[in-house]
Design a protein around this ligand. Structure first.
Ligand code: NAI
Length: 303
């Protein structure tokens, strides 16, 4: 199989100053991409900033013979997003690949969570993806080429104690992907999402220390590199990964049950009686868009 390369391609990786994003940036550059290494240099809770995080990764890429430029803006504002994309245009003339990876944590159980803890996490993960992706899509649409990756989490897709803010933001990214994939489908722009797993600053006090060797951040890079490549033809998919395991996850619908005759009222007792069939996921499948759901209702809609 031919090598996957990014020669002539320009990539932005947000939050690339350390952890998983750093590996994406190093590996993309090692395969020929010109990389914008964005990082605010914030603490794990999003406080503060430090330009040395992005600078160090740029220096590593250059030392290995690659091309990279640093950007220190926060993803969480429209101006920050515009500046990040402009950095790519000023240094390399375009944007082909965008990996939305920057992230913070403000974990708290739901009843103890403050408005600020909610807003901050939503603003970096969910609004941040909007702020950077919108100006990037403008350029990708004009160029008729783009590869966009969002970063979700199993905390949102499946749930995790103490992370209602983070889980909501991370699941929100799937909604963003599901709608954006339709809007850019005609412009050769592929939008996909990953839920990585790695022993990093974000998780070093969550995962047991003996997982450090197994959950290396670099194990997440091959999937993102593939999704960022010309070889990738899928859009709107979500992949979970860690430790060298890669799999797809999806929001699916079961076949459900048609009740009534399309005219008469339906009672909660009928739902109760049919609950196993209604909640069953045998033969469940993912859908390309929300309007697909009318297919299940078809026997009733025609009556
Ligand atoms: P990390 O804490 O090691 O790195 C995150 C980077 O994002 C930091 O360098 C930080 O300075 C930067 N950042 C934070 N706020 C920023 C902002 N407003 N603008 C620009 N940069 C900002 O975290 P890690 O583990 O590498 O996570 C990367 C992504 O993967 C995050 O989106 C995280 O939520 C997600 N993720 C990580 C998992 C893991 O097991 N480590 C699990 C699931 C998701």
């Amino acid at each position: 199989m031919a090598d996957i390369r990014y020669d002539g391609r320009v990539a932005i990786v947000t939050g690339a100053g350390q952890g998983i994003g750093r590996m994406y940036a190093l590996e993309l550059a090692a395969r020929g991409a010109k990389v914008v290494v964005n990082d605010l240099g914030a603490a794990r809770d999003g406080a503060g900033q430090d330009q040395s995080a992005a600078d160090k990764v740029v220096a590593e890429i250059k030392a290995a013979g690659g091309q990279a430029v640093a950007n220190y803006d926060s993803v969480a504002t429209m101006q920050g997003g515009a500046n990040i994309v402009q950095t790519a245009v000023d240094a390399f003339g375009k944007v082909d690949i965008l990996v939305n990876n920057a992230g913070i944590l403000r974990d708290k159980s739901f009843l103890k969570m403050s408005e600020q803890e909610w807003d901050l996490v939503i603003s970096v993960h969910l609004k941040g993806a909007f702020c950077v992706t919108q100006p990037a899509v403008k350029l990708m649409k004009a160029a008729n080429y783009g590869r966009i990756i969002f970063t979700s989490s199993t905390s949102g897709i499946y749930g995790n104690f103490g992370q209602c803010n983070y889980g909501a933001a991370k699941m929100g990214l799937l909604g963003l992907m599901n709608c954006l994939k339709l809007e850019v489908a005609n412009y050769n722009i592929k939008v996909n999402t990953v839920a990585p797993t790695a022993y990093s600053r974000m998780t070093s006090d969550i995962f047991p220390a003996n997982m450090e060797e197994k959950l290396k951040p670099q194990f997440n890079a091959p999937m993102v590199l593939y999704l960022a490549s010309e070889e990738n033809s899928v859009s709107g998919m979500t992949f979970v990964m860690g430790a060298g395991w890669y799999g797809r996850t999806a929001v699916v619908s079961g076949n459900g049950v048609c009740l009534g005759d399309g005219h008469r009222d339906i009672t909660p007792e009928e739902i109760h009686a049919q609950f196993n069939a209604i909640s069953g996921l045998d033969q469940a499948k993912p859908h390309a868009s929300g309007t697909d759901i009318f297919g299940y209702m078809a026997p009733l809609l025609g009556k």
